[in-house]
Design a protein around this ligand. Structure first.
Ligand SMILES: *[C@@H]1O[C@H](CO)[C@@H](O)[C@H](O)[C@H]1NC(C)=O
Length: 196
């Protein structure tokens, strides 16, 4: 019997707001909250690398537009090559979460060593790209044990070569970092994109 009470409350609330004509706003607010930005560590409690804070705004993220981000993470072990990363990216399409395939290293991809990938993207010996350089955040392996902080930083997200109906919407991403078959970290993020 107890389990029917929340349902009863939901039905009553719905009927009440129908009467008052505030339903749409009320439920839209609820849905936005459910679909908007959120993040969590998703690994085992003893995972050595965890995210401590992550903030992104605006919500939804506008493309093209400005994005403000800040983050803090910590690792109790040195992160060294080979560092495997498995990314799962999902997009909500008509109320169903669809896995986005890996295309040209973007999407739900399995990277066998992101240390190697970083060396290809950013030639070693060169300054790390901003804002990493300013805050002294390294961009090559190994990453020493310790805390890493990205203070609040503004980015400009340029227009993408995709139609708005493809980029617009709700996304979920999960990244699992591992080395020698051991899980080091797991982080998941949900966000909404509004492209124009
Ligand atoms: C990534 O996925 C592959 C295939 O499912 C698995 O063998 C591997 O252990 C995973 N790596 C990590 C870091 O989770």
């Amino acid at each position: 019997m107890r389990s029917s009470i929340p349902l009863l409350i939901a039905v009553c609330t719905f009927n009440l707001c129908m009467l008052q004509g505030t339903c749409k706003a009320h439920f839209r607010r609820k849905l936005t909250k459910m679909w908007g930005f959120s993040w969590a560590n998703c690994g085992k409690p003893d995972d050595p690398a965890v995210l401590k804070t992550l903030e992104l705004s605006p919500d939804p993220i506008a493309i093209p537009g400005d994005l403000t981000a800040s983050a803090m993470g910590t690792t109790s072990v040195e992160l060294a090559s080979p560092l495997a990363l498995n990314v799962t990216l999902e997009k909500e399409v008509a109320g169903i979460w669809i896995k986005v395939p890996c295309v040209e290293e973007v999407g739900s991809c399995h990277y066998s060593d992101i240390c190697e990938l970083l060396d290809t993207l950013i030639p070693p010996g060169q300054d790390c790209p901003e804002p990493l350089h300013t805050y002294g955040i390294p961009c090559h392996c190994p990453f020493k044990a310790g805390d890493y902080t990205l203070p609040q930083t503004d980015f400009y997200l340029p227009d993408v070569d995709l139609p708005f109906w493809l980029t617009n919407g709700n996304y979920k991403a999960q990244g699992v970092l591992g080395s020698d078959g051991k899980e080091l970290s797991c982080v998941k993020v949900s966000l909404s994109i509004h492209s124009t």
